[in-house]
Design a protein around this ligand. Structure first.
Ligand code: GUN
Length: 291
């Protein structure tokens, strides 16, 4: 078993970006500027957003964190997005999901200027991605593709099973893995909560991307010998022995599954840091496009 170390791979990407930003500064060009909107008191969302802001600082990007109460109206949020859309200093905008139930996610995502949509959630960017056109690719699946590329894994012609069909991870992941790209060119099965005999599909997979959000769902007996397993899950479970009061579990029963794998991502330190590196790459390109 070998680890797909997202911490290591993301550091390499961030270092590359840091040098590119320093070069821009030397040339008198603007530095990339990410605006992140965080709504409410979801502990996990707050942690993710602060990790994104910290990564911006490490890489020499500017970042602006905008926090709103859970009770914010859709109208106020849309006004803020419009303000950021027209602010010439802002290159990338992200609205951390999930949103409070009274706010229509689709309306918010669609309000973001597609040129500043560094999360790649806008229908224009998703549509371009489906057609294989240049676009901002959602950070988690993009980060996974960067991780596979970092380790130069040849996945061409392999059978990939993606578990989970969310707009953020599973569905775009299935499209990227099946694309005529390097890495890519997989034969993809997209499984979800209504899939019959999920275990059988998984047993036939050379690559499994587990993105369903159920702690330790993927068991060793569901995995073929020498498979590549990518774990997108990060569920918080209570753990009194930890200072934070919780520990993080992936969607994969790591210890048992790892014994059968050729490659596997750890949780934490696998997909999570790659997601942030991918977001920074999108933001950097958004900045360059606006030169
Ligand atoms: N919530 C979970 N993942 C993501 C992400 O990649 N971007 C945003 N904006 N919200 C998320």
């Amino acid at each position: 078993m070998k680890l797909l170390d997202g911490k290591l791979a993301s550091q390499a990407i961030k270092e590359e970006l840091r040098l590119l930003v320093a070069q821009r500064v030397a040339e008198g060009k603007k530095v990339p500027h990410l605006a992140a909107i965080l709504i409410g008191n979801n502990g996990a969302s707050a942690t993710y957003v602060s990790a994104k802001v910290k990564a911006c600082e490490e890489t020499g990007f500017k970042s602006t964190l905008i926090k709103f109460e859970e009770s914010i109206t859709e109208h106020t949020l849309l006004k803020k997005i419009e303000e950021l859309n027209t602010d010439p200093d802002i290159d990338g905008i992200l609205v951390q999901l999930p949103l409070p139930a009274h706010i229509a996610e689709e309306k918010i995502i669609t309000a973001i200027d597609p040129e500043k949509d560094v999360d790649g959630f806008h229908p224009i960017n998703l549509g371009k991605m489906v057609q294989g056109q240049a676009s901002y690719i959602p950070a988690t699946p993009y980060g996974i593709m960067l991780l596979l590329a970092h380790y130069q894994l040849d996945i061409t012609g392999k059978h990939a099973v993606v578990i989970g069909r969310s707009n953020i991870v599973g569905r775009p992941m299935s499209i990227l893995l099946s694309g005529n790209t390097q890495p890519g060119n997989c034969t993809v099965t997209l499984c979800h909560s209504k899939t019959k005999d999920l275990a059988r599909h998984c047993q036939e997979a050379d690559i499994i991307v587990a993105a369903l959000g159920k702690a330790e769902f993927l068991k060793a007996e569901m995995v073929k010998q020498d498979a590549i397993v990518i774990d997108v899950g990060i569920t918080r479970v209570n753990d009194a022995s930890k200072k934070s009061g919780f520990r993080l579990l992936g969607d994969v029963a790591f210890e048992a599954v790892a014994k059968k794998c050729e490659w596997i991502t750890p949780v934490p330190g696998g997909v999570g840091p790659m997601t942030i590196a991918a977001l920074l790459k999108n933001t950097f390109h958004a900045c360059v496009k606006r030169d």
